[in-house]
Each structure stands twice: as structure tokens, then as C-alpha cells.
Design a protein around this ligand. Structure first.
Ligand SMILES: Nc1ncnc2c1ncn2[C@@H]1O[C@H](COP(=O)(O)OP(=O)(O)O)[C@@H](O)[C@H]1O
Ligand SMILES: [Mg+2]
Length: 359
């Protein structure tokens, strides 16, 4: 046996381990904490930038590999933890100080499955252990209450004027739908939309959140432009179907966010393909893959594809999202992959100085 393993040797070995995505040293990213070295045994905590990290296993094994390469090592024990960094945008800090990332879910046009995707992403993120909120900002068709299976009037928080969000499947919720007495259509004018949404952000007791998803009304018109300027957003995700028409609208959405300096974290292809439930044959409806290609061209992350599936639709109608109703299904896995990619896209941004401060 060689000599005793020193803390200096351990730190030296750890300083060589890099994050697979940012290529920065894990030590520099402050992801390795509480290192203890005792008689050849190393204990440490690996603090990920998101509990939804798709590279969890890879990062852990890089650390293990580096340490087991040291002479005198007997045992490595790694405790996993996560601490989601906040996207620093002044507007977000002021209006939502306890929300680390507020992410708009947008689409160029209606009916592409924006709300379905928003709901399943929120539940999928919560399943990884993150603190998640979902704000239904689609005043023209608030569908979150139905899709999440809650319909109550929110109460105010004791001792404050703030409203308590409702909660379903581990996700905090707020929707204008909770305040409407019936299904009669509400005629909203632009300024009303903006102020209603600002109230649902600032006057709701969201508490500490890692991710707040905001389901925006579909479209890229003037109202949306104002909204994206007035609502504190740290980034946006665009949902599109693969058809050219939807993609053209998605591009308009991208241009809109870029105009107001809201970083686009990626695009998701919904209703991408169909897997026959009987024979498992996969059929590409529309022109599958269009979004991925568009992302490459536009240099925006592609966050993944969700199949067209009757169970996804049924989950929405029954108020039980597929990620909850059938967590091990391939459809749910598709959503878990999408949130992994989204969380990674957010984490990477918070470590890239050149894209950190916008505004
Ligand atoms: N991947 C999918 N597979 C099957 N049905 C879907 C899928 N995504 C959405 N839908 C269905 O399409 C309709 C429109 O979806 P919705 O989420 O309300 O769209 P949007 O919010 O963009 O208007 C709903 O009936 C929904 O259940
Ligand atoms: Mg919707």
C-alpha cells in the first residue's frame, strides 16, 4: 500500500473533473461540497444544477473514476443534491424574488398542444423533486384547471393580501379559470390581459420555486409582444407541431422573444409521430423531424419530440396528465426527456457569462 491519501490530492483530482455540458470544472461550478477525507475514505456532496439533470449518472461516475484512480483510496461515498441557480434578469428578481426560473410556454398558433405540454412538463419537473409552479396565462381559453383536475376558488394567505395558489400533483397552480363562474367567453382587451397576468404573478404567494412555467395565450401579435415585455420571464419554450404552417408561426414566436431579449431555451415538437397501440408500428404523421431541422438552422436547442397519442389526449380530458396516469409509459418518458433537456438548457445558460445578463 502507498502512503496516506491527503485532502490536497483529493482536491487536485476533483479539480480535473469537468461538467459534460458546460466543460467547466465541477469545483469551479461549486457542484462539489463537503469533501471529507478519512483513512482513504472520501465523502462528498454532489450538488447538481437541477434535480432533472439528464447527465446525473455520467457526472457521478466521472467523480468516482477520478477518485478511484488515486493511490490509497478505499471508498468513495457521494451524496446527491440539487440547487437550481436563478436566471439573473432584473425584472424577475424584482417581481418574483423567490422564483429562480420563470419560463414561458408559447406557440405561434393555438391547438398545437401547448397546454398539454406545459401541464406534463410541470408534473414531470415536480417528479424529479423540483419545486414547480404553473401559471395559466391563457385568458382566452384557460385549460389548466381541467387538465390538472382542480376547480376551486383560491383563498387568500392568512395575514397577507396575497392569494394562495392551488396545488395538484405536486405543482402549485394559478389560473384565471379559477375565478370565472361559468364557461362564458370573456372578452379581454390587451391591457386587461397584461394586468391580470401581472397580478397572478406578483399577488400570488408562489413561495420558493425552482421553475415557474407560464402557459401564454397562443399567437405572436401585439398583445403577446407587450406580455413578453411586462411579464418577468427568464426564458421561453416554444411548442410546435411538425407541419410547415405551425413551424412558420413558431419562427415568428422565436423572433418575438428575441426582439424583447427573452432567451429561447428551445423548441418542442408535439404530435410528432404515432405509435400504433396494437402493433407498435411507428408512423410519422405530417413531416416528422421538421422542428429538429428548424432548430439546427435557427441555432436554438431542440428539446425533444412528443408522440401523437390518444392517452395523452385522454389524460388532459380526465384531469390526470399522462406523466401521472402512466408514469412508465413511453409517452411519459418522452416528457421526462424533454424536461431533462429543458433543465439542462437552463442550467447551461446560468453558467455562460456571455448570455447571462440580458435587459
Ligand atoms: N401529443 C398529443 N397527443 C394527442 N393529443 C394531443 C397531444 N397534444 C395535445 N393533444 C390534444 O390536442 C388538443 C389541443 O391541445 P391543447 O394542449 O389544448 O393545445 P393548445 O394549448 O396549444 O391550444 C387537446 O384536445 C389535447 O388533448
Ligand atoms: Mg392552451
Amino acid at each position: 500500500m502507498s502512503g496516506k491519501l491527503s485532502e490536497r490530492e483529493v482536491m487536485e483530482a476533483l479539480s480535473q473533473v469537468k461538467d459534460p455540458e458546460t466543460h467547466l470544472s465541477l469545483l469551479k461550478m461549486n457542484m462539489i461540497r463537503d469533501v471529507k477525507v478519512d483513512e482513504g475514505r472520501v465523502n462528498l456532496t454532489l450538488v447538481l444544477t437541477t434535480p432533472a439533470c439528464p447527465l446525473k449518472g455520467e457526472i457521478k461516475s466521472r467523480v468516482e473514476k477520478a477518485l478511484y484512480g488515486l493511490p490509497g483510496i478505499r471508498q468513495v461515498e457521494i451524496k446527491m443534491d440539487a440547487n437550481v441557480p436563478a436566471q439573473r434578469r432584473p425584472l424577475v428578481d424584482n417581481l418574483l424574488p423567490d422564483v429562480r426560473n420563470s419560463i414561458a410556454v408559447a406557440s405561434g398558433k393555438g391547438g398545437v398542444g401547448k397546454s398539454t405540454v406545459a401541464v406534463n412538463m410541470a408534473v414531470a419537473l415536480a417528479r424529479t423533486g423540483a419545486n414547480v409552479g404553473l401559471l395559466d396565462a391563457d385568458c382566452y381559453g384557460p385549460s389548466i384547471p381541467l387538465m390538472m383536475g382542480v376547480m376551486e376558488r383560491p383563498r387568500s394567505a392568512p395575514g397577507t393580501k396575497k392569494i394562495l395558489p392551488l396545488e395538484s400533483y405536486g405543482v402549485k397552480l394559478m389560473s384565471l379559470g379559477f375565478f370565472l363562474d361559468d364557461n362564458s367567453p370573456v372578452i379581454w382587451r390587451g391591457p386587461m390581459v397584461t394586468s391580470a397576468i401581472q397580478q397572478m404573478l406578483g399577488e400570488v404567494e408562489w413561495g420558493d420555486l425552482d421553475y415557474l412555467l407560464v402557459d401564454l395565450p397562443p399567437g405572436t401579435g401585439d398583445i403577446h409582444l407587450t406580455l413578453t415585455q411586462k411579464v418577468p420571464l427568464s426564458g421561453a419554450v416554444i411548442v410546435s407541431t411538425p407541419q410547415d404552417v405551425a413551424l412558420i408561426d413558431a419562427r415568428k414566436g422565436l423572433a418575438m422573444f428575441q426582439k424583447v431579449n427573452v432567451p429561447v431555451l428551445g423548441i418542442i415538437e408535439n404530435m410528432s409521430y404515432f405509435v400504433c397501440p396494437h402493433c407498435e408500428h411507428r408512423t410519422n404523421i405530417f413531416s416528422h423531424g421538421g422542428v429538429r431541422k428548424a432548430c439546427e438552422k435557427l441555432e436554438v436547442p431542440f428539446l425533444g419530440e412528443i408522440p401523437l397519442d390518444p392517452n395523452i389526449c385522454a389524460g388532459g380530458d380526465e384531469g390526470k396528465p399522462i406523466v401521472i396516469a402512466d408514469p412508465d409509459s413511453s409517452q411519459s418518458k418522452a416528457f421526462m426527456e424533454v424536461v431533462g433537456a429543458l433543465a439542462a438548457s437552463i442550467s447551461v445558460r446560468s453558467f455562460l457569462p456571455e448570455v447571462k445578463i440580458i435587459n
